[in-house]
Ligand binder design. Structure first.
Ligand SMILES: Nc1ncnc2c1ncn2[C@@H]1O[C@H](COP(=O)(O)OP(=O)(O)OP(=O)(O)O)[C@@H](O)[C@H]1O
Ligand SMILES: [Mg+2]
Length: 234
């Protein structure tokens, strides 16, 4: 569904991504893990179009994705380190603003439904200026889900969430997967990666050094051992 071919990114004089070739299948949850500074967020930004790769191609359902393609904006929902929310607006106003931008149908009902889903319905009319980090993250998640994208790209989505919100987010992710959405997660949280991912890729020094499928039989401890070995050896 989404394919990256030999993606490279130079930042300044540093080669931050080196020939990344990776694909995301329909209805798959793929996790990308790796040490700080490995290039995960850069990889994420290049894939969603926030940065332009220095070389390489991105294909969506077999066709080449061009820079700033509206097709990509409609189909990929991404949650990065910035929330893209407006402090002076309430949760409902924020969602309606984005919904109009993305031409979401039945916006009012959908926005209210999502606010219920992420547990912010009671706060729907309050300016989000005073919101806690976790509340902001919950709203950012609702924003990403609003246009109903068929690909979700999430950069450390569990950051700042309490236990209840982690469970809530994981349930949303799993339900989306069952309905055919493809999901790529970047995370340092091995427990969540283990709970969610169908496949894991290790990014180290700008390179994908290993990928593996996570079946039922792979324990969390085993996944950690594998990761540590991959990060050391390559
Ligand atoms: N604007 C920039 N100019 C030059 N180098 C940059 C720039 N942005 C990031 N880098 C470098 O690119 C490398 C990868 O950074 P990136 O943020 O992608 O890492 P990451 O894997 O997401 O790390 P973390 O786990 O800490 O979030 C780092 O070495 C960083 O110093
Ligand atoms: Mg990062």
């Amino acid at each position: 569904m989404l394919e990256l071919k030999k993606m490279t990114k130079m930042l300044g004089d540093k080669l931050v991504l080196r020939n990344i070739t990776l694909s995301l299948e329909k209805g798959e949850i793929l996790a990308v893990i790796g040490p700080n500074g490995a290039g995960k967020s850069t990889f994420f930004k290049c894939t969603v179009g926030l940065l332009e790769p220095t070389s390489g191609e991105i294909y969506l359902d077999g066709s080449l994705v061009k820079k700033n393609s509206p097709q990509v904006k409609q189909r990929i929902g991404f949650l990065g380190h910035e929330s893209f929310l407006y402090n002076n607006l309430s949760p409902l106003e924020n969602l309606k603003f984005y919904g109009k931008l993305y031409k979401v149908k039945d916006l009012d009902r959908k926005a209210n439904e999502l606010l219920k889903e992420v547990g912010l319905y009671l706060f729907r009319d309050m300016p989000i200026r005073s919101f806690s980090r976790g509340m902001m993250q919950r709203l950012a998640i609702a924003r990403v889900l609003l246009p109903d994208p068929d690909i979700l790209m999430l950069d450390e989505p569990h950051t700042g969430l309490d236990q209840e919100a982690v469970t809530l987010l994981n349930n949303i992710i799993k339900n989306k997967r069952y309905s055919g959405t493809s999901i790529l997660i970047i995370s340092h949280d091995f427990e969540q990666v283990h709970a969610l991912a169908d496949r894991v890729a290790v990014l180290r020094k700008g390179k994908i050094v290993s990928t593996r499928r996570l079946g039922e039989e792979v324990s969390l401890a085993e996944m950690k051992t594998w990761y540590e070995a991959e990060v050391k050896s390559s």
